[in-house]
Ligand binder design. Structure first.
Ligand SMILES: NC(=O)c1ccc[n+]([C@@H]2O[C@H](COP(=O)([O-])OP(=O)(O)OC[C@H]3O[C@@H](n4cnc5c(N)ncnc54)[C@H](O)[C@@H]3O)[C@@H](O)[C@H]2O)c1
Length: 337
């Protein structure tokens, strides 16, 4: 759908890039874009949350891509393998993490190990191997439940979960590395990323993945918190922000930058839009009480992203939603065939 070549020409051609967590939802889209652009991609993933199937677009037909992909099944906690994977890489896109807020409340130590110590391992491996720049998958959860909208990067963070605290720690570590060593860095605070390949089968899945699969199956859905809203962001926009950050001509100095679509949609509108795209307006969502701990509203200010990276969303909410719904329909049809 995206003409990456028109946006990046030959900038990434033959560039060796490591994507940690590249067999996950966002990482696999980043891999696909980089392969289209002729990069030498190394994916390191322990498959704890992602799956190799997310990279089948390449392994089924490697000749389709000008780039190459090497898959390393390992954890970012395995330092020797990590060092091998990062060798000769110019860019590192650090996406690996355990991404669930509720699970982090149940398992704070596990989350700290993977999301904080793991990030330290990636930073160390990167700087010791002469990586030029690292981008980090940070999270809008760092803003907590402050009612102020839109969320601006200069607002004080307010972590409501160990996961949010892990991500904030990662941002600070990237900034410290950019200040202390000869490596540049940027933290990209993603806001509710959605799109094809997002896992809909986990209890921790994104709301769009869950709503699409249930409504396609003709199942009733419940929206928790009628007026709750989110800045839903199609995955290609997160990929674009990573590529812009990697290509940036001037140092980013560990800057923290929002990545979003810049519009706010209520969860109720979202469910109604999906039902209507499916021609199933009869599946009117039920409205349940808000869930404890859920932030009411979220919306990003994108001025810094525009100023520093020249970032603007390349796929709007509705266009992204249609593409996502198409993908779930195809996958579910194949599974049921
Ligand atoms: N999806 C969102 O809306 C969102 C929002 C904010 C931040 N993020 C961050 O973006 C990144 C990607 O998220 P995603 O939605 O694609 O999730 P995902 O679970 O699909 O991807 C994460 C990947 O990391 C891998 N991983 C986990 N632990 C690992 C380890 N120890 N070593 C190596 N690999 C490991 C998993 O197997 C998985 O493939 C994560 O860091 C997440 O915290 C996502």
């Amino acid at each position: 759908m995206i003409q990456w070549q028109e946006l990046y020409a030959d900038f990434f051609q033959n560039q060796r890039c490591l994507i940690t967590g590249g067999a996950g939802f966002i990482g696999s889209h980043l891999a696909e874009a980089l392969l289209t652009l002729g990069a030498q991609v190394v994916v390191l993933d322990d498959l704890s949350g992602g799956e190799k199937g997310n990279l089948q677009f390449y392994f089924n037909d490697p000749g389709r891509y000008p780039g190459t992909l090497e898959f390393v099944e390992s954890s970012i906690l395995e330092i020797p393998t990590l060092e091998g994977a990062v060798k000769d890489c110019r860019f590192v896109f650090h996406q690996a993490a355990i991404p669930s807020v509720p699970r982090s409340i149940e398992h704070p130590r596990l989350f700290h190990d993977v999301n904080v110590t793991g990030t330290l391992n990636v930073l160390e491996a990167a700087r010791q191997n002469g990586v030029q720049r690292i981008t980090f998958a940070a999270s809008s959860s760092a803003y907590g439940d402050s009612p102020t909208l839109p969320k601006v990067e200069s607002m004080p963070p307010r972590c409501k979960s160990p996961y949010a605290a892990n991500k904030l720690a990662g941002e600070q570590m990237l900034r410290a590395y950019a200040d202390s060593y000869d490596i540049d860095a940027a933290s990209l605070r993603y806001f509710n990323i959605f799109g094809p390949r997002q896992n809909a089968n986990s209890v921790y899945s994104g709301v769009i993945a869950i709503l699409c699969t249930r409504l396609i199956g003709g199942l009733p859905v419940t929206v928790h918190g009628e007026e709750f809203s989110r800045d839903f962001t199609y995955v290609a926009n997160a990929v674009h922000a990573n590529l812009l950050a990697a290509r940036n001509e001037t140092p980013l100095n560990g800057e923290v930058i929002n990545v979003a679509c810049g519009i706010r949609v209520t969860i109720l509108e979202l469910a109604q839009t999906i039902a209507s795209l499916l021609g199933r307006e009869d599946l009117e969502p039920a409205v349940g009480p808000a869930r404890a701990g859920d932030v009411k509203d979220s919306l990003a200010d994108l001025n810094l992203a525009k100023e520093l990276l020249g970032y603007e969303p390349i796929v709007g909410f509705e266009q992204g939603l249609k593409a996502t719904l198409d993908w779930y329909q195809t996958v579910l049809k194949t599974q049921n065939a």
